[in-house]
Design a binder for this molecule. Structure first.
Ligand code: CAO
Length: 563
């Protein structure tokens, strides 16, 4: 065993770059080509790999140190090694010259890696600009793994268009020109090589290019820092400072700040970097941030925008959840069909229902309430009030009974906020209303402060507005708890889906006369089927059973509401 020193190789134009991440510690066994540290200049970040395999003896740098070519990064215990080893740069492939025969000095330079900083070949034809794959060194047939832009996007010079990845490194390919993206010539999975047409832009030529050329004129692209491997034993990846994107989300213009290894880690897990909050210096995203984000998504505390956006009313293709694709069937093979677009309300509620059904560990308890006396009271009240025209509904009694139950069991009147619960001290009750365009949920605000008559009247008004499509967003927001009543229609029991961020919902079906054993004989009683769905993260089964039992007691003797 001998101790060898691993030094910073030729990192091209990067002089005195700051160490921003330590990727190994003493005692770690490292492989040749394994990244040891990440360094960052004002333009790019890159990982410095080990040229040898062995065990890390000592770290010679710490975060914040400035390093340059020749700086010792670590000492390594390795068999049969020389005393001091340094990654040698390889000759860069010859840079293509411009049409004028001029070859830029910077274009010839090959920093650590085999990918040169050669220009991106660009041809400007009137306002049509072809962006081609630049000299990417030894890399052949590299796969496109990310596409950052879409037709119609305004592209800046040096803005990344795609990421390609070989078995050695990943790199972003920037645009050599500015303009509006007319056509993207590659897609994820395509294999590309130098000179391949990447994109067609329309619009302004970039700085340094002959402006508004009347005849086709080759335009020299500014060299971009590109990643890659230099020697057979070292691999680096370099990131140009350009917007990073999730392929499923339109570019936002914000730049997630993360090192190549963290970006690779995020990509492997399918984590959208732009949705991760960085906890490192200057908001840098660390590996721990990626892990934390993944945990939040898995626990249901956070939903990625991609999942939300990919969930059309029909449930999406399930890809975001790792499910097999939705069956695509040509129904015309079996008989005549008609295709009708779903209503806007159905599309929106479909997305919400899908999210709530998937993300909430929901359980439903079924129970019956004896409403014989309550219904008799309701019918007689309505007879008395006939002249007034105000009709008391069973749902109004249910709303009032639920308020009493929410007061007794406050966790049913809460919402999850990360690891905390928000207990609401107000009682706004939503009720599902069936409309020609789909399901909506108007809300009776401050139901605890209103009488049954007032609630009935308000419900009637809101239900009419719902059917006429005239509900305002304010009239549909702020609910603490929802009741979904199918009592006017029929059925016995059902399992309603919780309306997040609420934690429970009461489903009500049609009451019917049933023989109920009173201890000595069967009595005909009017029984109301109740189905309470609750979020098991917040509520336990015993609490749910107590809630239903309490509701049953109130509905069987409404005087208890006063207690
Ligand atoms: N058992 C027996 N009869 C009931 C009942 C029950 N649980 N609930 C209501 N009824 C009766 C009413 O008494 C009324 O009869 P009368 O006209 O003789 O008095 C009749 O059914 C019609 O009631 P209604 O449905 O018009 O009124 P409501 O107050 O019960 O409900 C509203 C109002 C807006 C909730 C209802 O119209 C509605 O849209 N319900 C559907 C909700 C829904 O779609 N839920 C499913 C969500 S999940 O997809």
């Amino acid at each position: 065993m001998s101790i060898i020193e691993i030094q910073v190789p030729d990192i091209g134009d990067f002089d005195e770059v700051a160490v921003i991440e330590l990727l190994v510690k003493p005692g770690d066994t490292v492989k040749a080509e394994q990244s040891l540290i990440t360094v960052e200049s004002d333009k790019a970040s890159m990982e410095i790999p080990s040229s040898h395999a062995g065990v890390v003896k000592e770290l010679k740098v710490k975060i914040g140190d400035k390093v340059k070519q020749g700086s010792i990064v670590i000492t390594l215990e390795a068999a049969g090694a020389t005393n001091s080893v340094r990654a040698e740069p390889v000759e860069a492939p010859a840079s293509p010259s411009t049409s004028s025969g001029r070859t830029e000095k910077s274009e010839q330079k090959a920093p650590i890696a085999g990918i040169s900083t050669a220009p991106v070949a660009t041809n400007l034809v009137a306002s049509r600009i072809e962006v081609k794959v630049p000299d990417i060194g030894d890399f052949k047939d590299v796969a496109v793994i990310e596409v950052f832009v879409k037709p119609g996007d305004a592209i800046k010079v040096e803005q990344s268009l795609v990421t390609v990845e070989s078995d050695k490194a990943a790199m972003e390919i920037p645009s050599s020109a500015a303009g509006v993206l007319k056509e993207l010539k590659v897609k994820v999975g395509d294999k590309i090589n130098i000179g391949d047409l990447l994109a067609i832009l329309e619009g302004a030529a970039q700085a340094g290019a002959p402006a508004a050329a009347a005849t086709p004129t080759p335009v020299r692209a500014e060299p971009v820092e590109a990643p890659s491997a230099s020697t057979s034993t070292s691999t680096s990846s370099v990131r140009t400072e350009s917007p990073a994107h999730n392929p499923t989300i339109a570019p936002t213009g914000t730049l997630p700040h993360a090192s190549p290894s963290v970006r690779k880690f995020a990509r492997e897990l399918g984590v959208p970097l732009e949705e991760v909050k960085g906890s490192g210096p200057k908001g840098r995203i660390t590996e721990a941030d990626i892990q934390g984000f993944t945990k939040s998504v898995m626990s249901g505390a956070v939903a990625t925008k991609a999942i939300a956006a990919k969930a059309p009313a029909g449930g999406g293709d399930g890809a975001a959840l790792g499910l097999i694709p939705w069956p695509k069937i040509d129904f015309t093979k079996f008989g005549p069909i008609e295709r009708k677009e779903m209503s806007r309300i159905k599309k929106i509620s479909g997305q919400n229902l899908t999210r709530n059904a998937i993300m909430i560990p929901a359980v439903t308890n079924h129970d019956d309430a004896d409403i014989t006396d309550l219904e008799a009271f309701r019918v007689s009240t309505n007879k008395e009030n006939e002249k007034l025209g105000a009709k008391v509904t069973m749902l109004a009694f249910l709303i009032k009974a639920c308020v009493a139950a929410l007061k007794k069991f406050p966790e049913f009147n809460s919402s999850l906020d990360g690891d905390a619960l928000i207990y609401k001290q107000y009682f706004h009750i939503g009720f599902a209303a069936d409309t020609p365009n789909g399901l909506v949920v108007p809300v009776i605000k401050d139901a605890d402060k209103k009488g049954i008559l007032q609630i009935s009247t308000e419900m009637g008004e809101l239900a009419k507005k719902a059917r006429d499509g005239k509900l305002t967003p304010a009239e549909m927001s702020g609910a603490c708890f929802t009741i979904s009543s199918l009592g006017g229609i029929g059925g016995r029991y059902f399992t309603p889906i919780i309306n997040a961020p609420e934690v429970a919902i009461l489903g009500v079906c049609k009451s019917q006369m049933e023989p109920v054993w009173d201890g000595s004989a069967f009595q005909p009683r009017l029984m109301l089927p109740l189905s309470l769905t609750w979020d098991h993260r917040v509520i336990d089964g015993a609490a749910a059973a107590r809630f239903n039992a309490f509701l049953g007691q109130i509905l069987s003797d409404f005087r208890r509401v006063l207690l």
